[in-house]
Ligand binder design. Structure first.
Ligand SMILES: Cc1ncc(COP(=O)(O)O)c(C=O)c1O
Length: 391
């Protein structure tokens, strides 16, 4: 597809390979395996001497269509789809790292990612040093001779801290490490980490890429050599956490509306953040689009807007935070984010409950903290719903 087309056009027209029926909407290929014309063709496909599908754990045309579309949006050479965001992260570390390697990671990561690095990878003799998301000097100081990978989310979950991708890419390159960026909060509509020097982008497609909270999915994007020969695709194809054709189809359709959704999420989130800042019961608001955000200037350079996630601390700790949640009638009490419907969660007892109190304190996840993933509803209705918790 011609590269002068804009993202909203590419999101609608990339990855279309019509069948003999010439369907307008993409076909969904729900099949576990593919049939060969002959034994010789089967042998040629398995030997890699002839292109084509073999088995849906390896490739599937619907999944390929999703991969092509997301790759074009992220400006990536290659995209490999996975069954979830966590399996994208797992594939990345299992493909690229070996026992004895070391990771430097942001202290402000999604709880399951912290758990994976801290507890599961440790069993395989892969250690992680967690550092401040925003202190580039700390990343450089944490590098050891066996460090292979830098891992971050920006904005981070839930505190929306912004890491300087360009600066950390420079340090990673100098240290012979790969920089992996989880781009789940921004999506390629608001931020393109590969263009800023990252080696790999990770997605939980479960979030904004689907956009309606329907299915799980994930993706790893980057240079073909790193993904294909670097062991990531090999791990996925062998171990099996690949994306199903059904989920790929759902997310492929989600991508069609990604730009308009992200723009509205961000406009609504900015209005919510400004309003929350004016509320007497709110101690602090974390939103990169606010001038009060510590990395607001960096966010303006690095992202198209502040995104759709607003985190705020209510006065009165856990009891007050739970009261706000339990008073809502419209906003969904669920830990997912990136849905057209607004969602509200208490990170300390949900997404970040499985990490230690010490790690939560270090990451600034206090008991009064609430995270709202602002949806596409009328902002006034969302404000009325939240205000019930403190009126
Ligand atoms: C920033 C971030 N990365 C990764 C994940 C994991 O994605 P999944 O739930 O699709 O495995 C999540 C999930 O909430 C997330 O918020």
């Amino acid at each position: 597809m011609s590269d002068h087309l804009r993202p909203e056009t590419l999101a609608l027209h990339t990855g279309i390979h019509r069948s003999q029926f010439n369907e307008h909407s993409e076909a969904m290929y729900l099949t576990s395996s593919f049939v060969f014309d002959s034994a010789a063709q089967a042998a040629a496909r398995f030997a890699g001497n002839e292109p084509g599908n073999i088995y849906s754990r390896f490739t599937n045309p619907t999944v390929t269509a999703f991969e092509e579309r997301l790759a074009v949006l992220e400006n990536a050479e290659t995209c490999i789809a996975t069954s979830s965001g966590m399996s994208a992260i797992l594939a990345c570390v299992m493909g690229l790292l070996s026992a004895g390697d070391h990771i430097v990671a942001s202290r402000s990561l999604f709880g399951a990612t912290v758990n994976l690095f801290n507890n599961i990878l440790k069993k395989f003799n892969i250690d992680t040093t967690f550092v401040s998301a925003t202190d580039a000097g700390a990343w450089e100081a944490a590098v050891k001779p066996n460090t292979k990978l830098f891992f971050l989310e920006t904005p981070s979950n839930p505190l929306t801290e912004i890491s300087d991708i360009t600066e950390l890419a420079r340090i990673a390159k100098k240290s012979n490490c790969w920089l992996v960026v989880d781009n789940c909060f921004c999506t390629p509509i608001l931020q393109k980490p590969l263009e800023l020097g990252a080696d790999i982008v990770i997605h939980s497609a479960t979030k904004y890429l689907d956009g309606q909270g329907r299915v799980l999915g994930g993706a790893v994007l980057g240079h073909r050599d790193l993904l294909m020969e670097g062991g990531i695709y090999g791990f996925l194809r062998t171990a099996g956490p690949t994306l199903s054709a059904f989920n790929a189809w759902v997310i492929l359709k989600g991508l069609e509306t990604l730009k308009v959704r992200m723009e509205t999420h961000a406009q609504n989130a900015l209005q919510m953040a400004q309003w929350l800042e004016s509320q007497a019961n709110v101690a602090r608001v974390f939103y990169p689009g606010l001038a009060s955000h510590p990395q607001h200037e960096l966010a303006k350079r690095q992202q198209q807007s502040g995104g759709g996630i607003v985190t705020f601390e209510v006065k009165g700790g856990k009891d007050a935070a739970w009261r706000v949640i339990d008073s809502t009638r419209l906003i969904s009490i669920t830990a997912n984010l990136g849905d057209a419907k607004s969602t509200l969660t208490h990170p300390a007892t949900t997404t970040h409950a499985r990490i230690s109190q010490k790690a939560r304190d270090a990451a600034g996840i206090t008991d009064g903290l609430l995270r709202i993933a602002v949806g596409l509803e009328a902002v006034q209705d969302l404000q009325n719903d939240l205000a019930r918790g403190w009126s």
